[in-house]
Design a protein around this ligand. Sequence first.
Ligand SMILES: Cc1ncc(COP(=O)(O)O)c(C=O)c1O
Length: 411
Amino acid sequence: MSIADRDRAVLWHPYTQMRTAPAPLPIVRAEGVWLYTEDGRKILDGISSWWVNIHGHSHPKLNAALAAQAGELEHVVFAGCTHRPAVELAERLIEVLPKGLARVFYSDNGSTAVEVALKMAVQYWCNLGQPNRRTFITLHNAYHGDTVGAMSASEDSVFTRAFSTLLFPVERVSGLEDMEQRLRDAGDSVAAVLIEPMLQGAGGMIVWPAEFVAGVRRLCDTYQTLLIADEVLTGFGRTGKMFACEHAAITPDIICLSKALTAGYLPLGVTATTEAIYEAFLSEERSKTFFHGHSYTANPLACAVALASLDLFRDEPVLASVARLERQLRDGFERLRGLGDVRVIGGIAAVELVSDKPGYLDQIGPRLAAAFLERGLLLRPLGNVAYFMPPYCITESETAWALDQIVHVLG
Ligand SMILES: Cc1ncc(COP(=O)(O)O)c(C=O)c1O
C-alpha cells in the first residue's frame, strides 16, 4: 500500500475537509526548494512549507547542527534547568532583534508565541496594579493562530466561527484613525495593541505601509499602552529586513517569533520583551510569577538549528538573496496586473484575483492549487489570493520557471 493509502486510513489533516480534499502528496525526500514524491515527481515548494523554510530543505549545515546537538543533549525540563543552546540563542536573538528587546521567553509555535504575548501583557498590567487593562486592539483581517487566545485576536472568519462562544472580545480596527479613537475612548482598559507589522499573511497577504507601523508605535506611546508585534510570519527576512518592524524603525514592547526561527526544521516559539516588562514580574511574592510553560520549552535541538540558521544569516548573503528575489517577483508579478491587485514585499508576491465571492472559501483556491501542482509547483492560494513565497535559496532560473507556471495557470 502507498503512503497516501495508509494515510487515508488513520490520519486527519489540518484545515482539510477530509471528504472532498484530494489525496495528500506523499513526500519522501526534499532538498533545496524541491520536494520529491513517492511516485517519482519533483515539485517546487512555493510556500516554503507553510512559510517556515528559508535556507532550503535538508541544508547540510542545519542538518549537521541538529545531528551534533542530538548527540549531546536532546531535551531537558526548562524550569529549574538551562542549557547552552537556549542561552546562546537568546543572546544571539537579542543582538539582531530591534534594540530594546532584552528578554526571551520560549514556547512551541506561532500560536503559543502569541498566547504568551497576550498573557504577558495582561499580567504585566496586573502586576503593576492595573488589572482593568485587559482589552486588546487588533486589526481587521488579522490572523494570529488557532489557539483560543490567538483566535480571539484574529479576524472573525470561517476558521473561528464554530468557536465564537469560547473567544474573548477584542476591539478590531481598520486604520490609525480608528485605532486612535478606540484608544481615546477606552485607553485605560487597553492591555495592548497587537499587529502583524507590514504584512497580514493568512488574512490575504495584505501589505501595509511602514508609516502605518510607525503610527501604531506613536499611538501606543501617546496612550501609554503596549505594542505587540506578531512577526511569526515576517521575522527572519521574509519582508526583506531581518524583522518587519525595521521597515518602520520601531521597537515593539513584545515581539512574537516562530516559523523561520528554526529555518523550518523544528517547532519553536519565542516571545521577546523589554527589561521593563520583565521587571514587572520580579517580586518576593510568588503570585507575580509568569505561570506559563510547555513541556518542550527551549528544546535544545530546535535552539541548535535556530543558532545554525542565524550563523547562515551572519556568514552568507541571505538578505541579499531576498532582495534579489523581491526584484524578480516584482517583474514577474507585473505580468499579472490585469487579473487583480498585485502585492509584493520581500520574498512574497501575491495577486488578489477579482472574484464574485472573495475570501478563503472561494472555490478558485483549490482549483488553482491543483493546476499549479499539475505543473510541478506547490502553492496553496488563500481563496482568491494566490501567492508565491519560496525559500530564499531559490535560484534565479528556478524563480523564472515558477513565475512562468504561475502566469500560465492564472492566465
Ligand atoms: C502572523 C502569524 N501569527 C501566528 C501564526 C500561528 O503560527 P503557528 O501555525 O505556528 O501556530 C501564524 C501562522 O500562519 C501567522 O502567520
